[in-house]
Design a protein around this ligand. Structure first.
Ligand code: NAD
Ligand code: MG
Length: 394
């Protein structure tokens, strides 16, 4: 049995808590070196009391002071702050495995640190890969890091491929990837009805319980757009070889089609502890605490094509991937700004794709030749997106 020492980036989030739940079941296998969070010091303090990491990091310096205060009776836990603290625990020689579960672009620096340090990187933070694509994959190849997908679809695809041919789908006889999508809470809404939906409705996903940002992304289908780009980088393929299938039951987590006509699928309850346990223990298998799948109670599976007219975000993502360079980073930044404006009540749901399309049109594509260029484009795109949001009324 291989034992692993972990840093969990984004420990207080939906993926972070699911990861800790799997770890809790296997104290002989996993130990926690560091836990990190953004601003919620109280929640991180509670987790520190249970898991007793050596280091705890708050991205926000004020929250780090609060955490140090809350943990003053536990002086063995070192409290760090900021991006430097996150990068330090992601690359520390003390850890072999890093769960990358910060939401959004903020996760790129520590996830990259883990990749450069040659860790087993469990990638939930898809935005990091969408933004930096080839540069990130090159960093993984150079250091010999082990990049394992945690996103349920990508983990499913990974499980349906021969593990030594992940980056060579053609050589493995793979003709297409069939990427499944739930369709989100508004799958049957008319274009008119989409204008009136609230953040609460957008965050109430029919099958999955997730953080707010990814819930809104699932509702706009931008999540599937980000996942399309993520799949292209992870599996060294192109959007033409990936077909999105809306599958409202969310039981088939994706499929891989081979040239001989075989289609392999991975099925399971919609519970992220399954892909998390797969990544943590790979190539072994461990109990994830997930109830066995009861296909009799599910009864039927349905499939439909995505509607790119009502949900243009999927089209915008495919176009940004084809445009290449910094375009996916701009797409991601504009989306993050539009989603936070929507959650704050400052933007109508149907205008999320409008903001992204306008931001992409207003921001010149540059070659993605360095991480500095990516971060500069991210900043520029956020500025332009905020200007566009200011021009629209709710
Ligand atoms: P969440 O909002 O529940 O949690 C986010 C975590 O990141 C929290 O611990 C938060 O404290 C931390 N964080 C937020 N902003 C930060 C910042 N600026 N700096 C440092 N830390 C910060 O999100 P989630 O649903 O757990 O998603 C995390 C990532 O995993 C996202 O990239 C998401 O797309 C991906 N993902 C999530 C699911 C899911 O089921 N929740 C499924 C697949 C992929
Ligand atoms: Mg997913």
């Amino acid at each position: 049995m291989v034992t692993r020492r972990l840093t969990i980036l984004g420990a207080t989030g939906s993926i972070g808590l699911s990861t800790l739940d799997v770890i809790r079941r296997h104290p002989d296998r996993f130990s926690v070196y560091a836990l990190t969070a953004g601003t919620r010091a109280r929640e991180l303090a509670t987790l520190c009391r249970e898991f007793r990491p050596e280091v705890a990091v708050m991205a926000d310096p004020k929250a780090a002071d609060e955490l140090a205060e809350l943990l003053s009776d536990l002086p063995a836990i070192r409290v760090l702050s900021g991006s430097e603290g996150l990068c330090e625990v992601a690359s520390s020689a003390q850890v072999d495995t890093v769960m990358a579960a910060i939401v959004g672009a903020a996760g790129l620096p520590p996830t990259l640190s883990a990749a450069r340090a040659g860790k087993r990187v469990l990638l939930a933070n898809k935005e990091a890969l969408v933004m930096s694509g080839k540069l990130f994959m090159d960093a993984v190849a150079e250091s010999g890091a082990e990049l394992l997908p945690i996103d349920s679809e990508h983990n499913a695809i990974f499980q349906c491929m021969p593990s030594d041919r992940i980056r060579d789908p053609e050589g493995a006889g793979i003709s297409r990837i069939l990427l499944t999508a739930s369709g989100g809470p508004f799958r049957e809404h008319s274009a008119e009805a989409l204008r009136a939906v609230s953040p609460e409705q957008a965050c109430a996903h029919p099958n999955w319980s997730m953080g707010q940002k990814i819930s809104v992304d699932s509702a706009t289908l931008m999540n599937k757009g980000l996942e399309l780009i993520e799949a292209c980088w992870l599996f060294n393929t192109t959007p033409e070889r990936i077909e999105v299938h809306v599958h409202p039951e969310s039981i088939i987590h994706s499929m891989v089609e081979y040239v001989d006509g075989s289609v392999l699928a991975q099925l399971g309850s919609p519970d992220m502890r399954t892909p998390i346990a797969n990544g943590l223990a790979w190539p072994e298998r461990i109990d994830a605490g997930v109830a066995p799948l009861d296909l009799f109670s599910i009864g039927r599976f349905h499939f439909e094509r995505p509607d790119l007219v009502r949900f243009p975000c999927l089209r915008l993502a495919a176009e940004a991937f084809d445009a290449g360079g910094t375009a996916p980073a701009v797409l991601n930044a504009a989306n993050e700004e539009a989603v936070s404006a929507f959650l704050a009540g400052n933007l109508c749901f149907a205008d999320i794709p409008v903001i992204i399309e306008r931001t992409l049109a207003a921001t010149a594509v540059a070659p993605a030749d360095s991480f500095e260029t990516i971060f500069a484009k991210d900043t520029e795109a956020r500025q332009r997106a905020r200007e566009q949001i200011g021009l629209l009324t709710v």
